[in-house]
Design a protein around this ligand. Structure first.
Ligand SMILES: Nc1ncnc2c1ncn2[C@@H]1O[C@H](COP(=O)(O)OP(=O)(O)OP(=O)(O)O)[C@@H](O)[C@H]1O
Ligand SMILES: [Mg+2]
Ligand SMILES: [Zn+2]
Length: 277
């Protein structure tokens, strides 16, 4: 049976058997990626997408070939942060063409499939899994040094699909110093341990506040909770990124590193360095 040229895969019983063409395409792509990182958190709004986009741009500026995959299907924000909204997704034959933030920073997001930018799609679990697998299998990715994957908060279908589909993926867990977030972040840590996903490390975002007057970091909330948790769990701590009003403006402007305070840039650079070690 020649499943390769099967005209009706959905009705064909033999097409379901053995590693599918899609499985093969995913393996072929992943073999061309040196390092794979999934960015997760227990809680929403802690800065996952910002951290993912900032690291992607930083690594790209350092000369690496980077892919950034947004699997937050309900609330994709990578396109906005990188100024890639309003561009329809293109395809050649059956392959999707990733967006290019720059020559060697390729971006894949569901954003370009949304008819209107602010229309949320309703995805059921199996559809989400299918879309994520297609992003891996049916995108014309280049050979990559780094693939960064931005997830929605929590431990639902999206991170689960990623860790089940990408052998060797490592997790970067983002948290804020507040205790509430820390309770949730433990769930992310447990998720990784259950799924046997190595944790590259914890990032404490919104840790202290870059003062617009003196440029120093003032700890308006408790800082250091993420670092303590990393210690307690025996996990690497990748760094603290302070709150900086400019981060919001840079994200909104689609130029994520624009005018960031030296403290924020230094923190991000330190995290990027940990990834390239
Ligand atoms: N260090 C920071 N300083 C100031 N603002 C920040 C910082 N990090 C993120 N933000 C802002 O906080 C908001 C939420 O960030 P972001 O969208 O990256 O979080 P998220 O964890 O991806 O959220 P979601 O769970 O909705 O996907 C954005 O407006 C972003 O610009
Ligand atoms: Mg996000
Ligand atoms: Zn000050």
């Amino acid at each position: 049976m020649d499943c390769e040229n099967c005209q009706d895969k959905s009705a064909c019983s033999s097409c379901d058997q053995g590693p599918s063409k899609q499985d093969q395409a995913i393996s072929e792509f992943l073999a061309r990626v040196k390092h794979k990182y999934v960015i997760m958190s227990g809680k929403g709004g802690v800065g996952k997408s910002t951290v993912a986009a900032d690291l992607a741009v930083l690594l790209n500026q350092q000369g690496y070939h980077v892919g950034l995959l947004d699997v937050d299907l309900h609330g994709p924000s990578i396109a906005g942060i990188l100024g890639l909204t309003g561009i329809p997704l293109n395809a050649i034959e059956d392959k999707m063409i990733p967006y290019k933030y720059s020559e060697n920073l390729e971006v894949m997001t569901v954003q370009g499939l949304l008819a209107q930018e602010d229309s949320a799609l309703i995805w059921r679990g199996p559809v989400k899994i299918g879309v994520i697998r297609q992003f891996l299998a049916d995108t014309m990715w280049s050979d990559l040094d780094y693939l960064l994957i931005d997830c929605p908060p929590g431990t639902g279908d999206e991170p689960l699909t990623i860790v089940q589909t990408i052998p060797g993926v490592e997790a970067i867990i983002v948290t804020t110093p507040q205790d509430v977030a820390l309770a949730d972040v433990r769930k992310s840590i447990n998720f990784c341990q259950l799924a046997q996903v190595p944790i590259k490390g914890l990032v404490e975002n919104m840790s202290g506040f870059v003062c617009p007057n003196c440029g120093a970091v003032h700890n308006i909330f408790k800082s250091g909770g993420g670092e303590k948790l990393a210690q307690e769990k025996g996990l690497p701590f990748l760094g603290k990124i302070p709150l900086d009003a400019q981060v919001v403006d840079a994200d909104d402007a689609g130029d994520p590193l624009a005018n960031l305070s030296p403290k924020v840039l230094a923190a991000l650079t330190g995290i990027a360095a940990a990834l390239t070690k």
